[in-house]
Design a protein around this ligand. Structure first.
Ligand code: K2U
Ligand code: ZN
Length: 167
């Protein structure tokens, strides 16, 4: 297994819309394994293929306290959503930035698992937030886009300054 490099905001590749996965082959299975390893090592509770510069509709999530309930979702789609929750979000592609984002409290997501079986997950709370956050990534959206323009300018300036210091 391998750790994968994670794209950093505002890399334009994070804006690409991921393509549906047509066939679940060894390449997809290997990618899912490497994404899970990368997520656990970061550490994070989710990771989208977009973030590792693979523009296909695959996400991994483990929002469990015990860090042993890995979900691998191929071609996830939100079937229904309702309610509202405000959650402090961060992102492995936007290190050091955390802010409150409004998301649906409850989502029902349909997806295909690694065995090719159709699955549905009915989620509330942090898992619901993470599903929306990761599916946003597959659509080319990063959570900071939900913040004010002023906050986005400040974030870009802060990350650009960090990049100059570490260059
Ligand atoms: O997509 C990612 O970069 C992974 C995020 C997913 C996530 C962000 C906010 C809320 C839920 C999930 C990371 O796991 S960032 C680390 C983190 C973990 C829990 C809460 C906030 C941030
Ligand atoms: Zn993210």
């Amino acid at each position: 297994m391998s750790l994968l490099p994670i794209l950093r905001f505002p890399d334009p590749r994070l804006k690409k819309v991921a393509a549906p996965i047509e066939r679940i082959d060894d390449r997809i299975r290997r990618l899912a394994r490497d994404m899970a390893e990368t997520m656990y090592e970061a550490p994070g509770i989710g990771l989208a293929a977009t973030q590792v510069d693979v523009h296909q509709r695959l996400i991994v999530i483990d929002a469990s306290e015990t860090r042993d309930q890995l979900l691998t979702l191929i071609n996830p789609e939100i079937l229904s959503q309702d309610g509202l929750q405000i959650c402090e979000e961060g992102c492995l592609s936007v290190p050091g930035i955390y802010d409150k984002v409004g998301r649906a409290e409850h989502v029902v997501v349909r997806y295909t698992d690694l065995e090719g079986a159709a699955q549905t997950v009915d989620a509330v709370g942090l898992l619901a937030v993470c599903l929306q956050h990761e599916i946003d990534h597959l659509q080319g959206h990063v959570f900071v886009e939900h913040l004010s323009q002023l906050k986005q300018v400040r974030i870009r300036n802060k990350l650009a300054k960090q990049a100059r210091i570490t260059a």
